[in-house]
Design a protein around this ligand. Sequence first.
Ligand SMILES: C[S@@+](CC[C@H](N)C(=O)[O-])C[C@H]1O[C@@H](n2cnc3c(N)ncnc32)[C@H](O)[C@@H]1O
Length: 274
Amino acid sequence: MTKDAYIHGTDPTEQKRLAELNRLTNPAFLDFLRLSPNDLVLEVGSGLGILASQVADRLTTGKIIGVECSPDQLAAARKTFLNSQDVGASTGRPNLQFQRADAHSLSFKQESFEVVYCRYLLEHVADPLRVLEEMRRVLKPDGRVFVQENNILVNVLHPDCTEFDSVWRKFVALQERLGGDALIGKKLFALMKQAGFRDITLSLAPEVHQAGQEGFRVWIENLIGNVAGAADRLMEFGFASRLEIEEALSGLRRFGDRGDASAIFYWNRAVGRK
Ligand SMILES: C[S@@+](CC[C@H](N)C(=O)[O-])C[C@H]1O[C@@H](n2cnc3c(N)ncnc32)[C@H](O)[C@@H]1O
């Protein structure tokens, strides 16, 4: 994937948004993985490495490798969690590694891992089926796959924030233009079946936030960060004007300051076996 195809980019403001989203969503996702301490685990599209490092904390004889295509994200992960920019350096965390790879073509031998997962990745890749097939290929027989993805249009705000809703729909169009799919969460069952997984089970991970709670602020800042981070390209491709984007952002800020506001969303999840 080219750097420009990734809708969020990797500048420091975006990395802060992703870190905050991790803070909000990691505890539930770690429980979802139901790890055994000796599992060999692969995260595909490991971003800043925050989740992978927390997985590593749950492993004893097990190990996790995070693969990621962006040098910026990899550098941040290595610096934060391995205290090193050097790919081959030995570190104090022998059960955590980050490697550069494209999710469409993993360098691991088949049947290498007991658990393979991706989170917030398939929406960004050119060929999600191929990525899932690669994830299946590197799983051991009977190994488990876990996926959590987005369908951004299930986002419900009350009271309505129409300026935001309108630009949010344009965000879907922009992501499609960049080669991704902001609605991919609803397609997980079909994709996982096609990729050859068995015993597939779908579920949802709710985000239910109300004014006055810390998660509400984090969630609204996440939405603001998504729109602000895509602003240049929304304008460049003619999906939204500067005024529309400014109105969406100020509408969201007003929404976030209300005492009676609530935000409801869910992530789409799937588990399966090889
Ligand atoms: C939204 S972030 C999620 C990161 C991490 N999984 C998490 O949950 O925090 C998506 C990541 O996928 C990476 N990515 C996108 N396309 C990729 C590809 N084809 N191969 C590997 N990584 C990819 C991006 O660079 C980005 O760091």
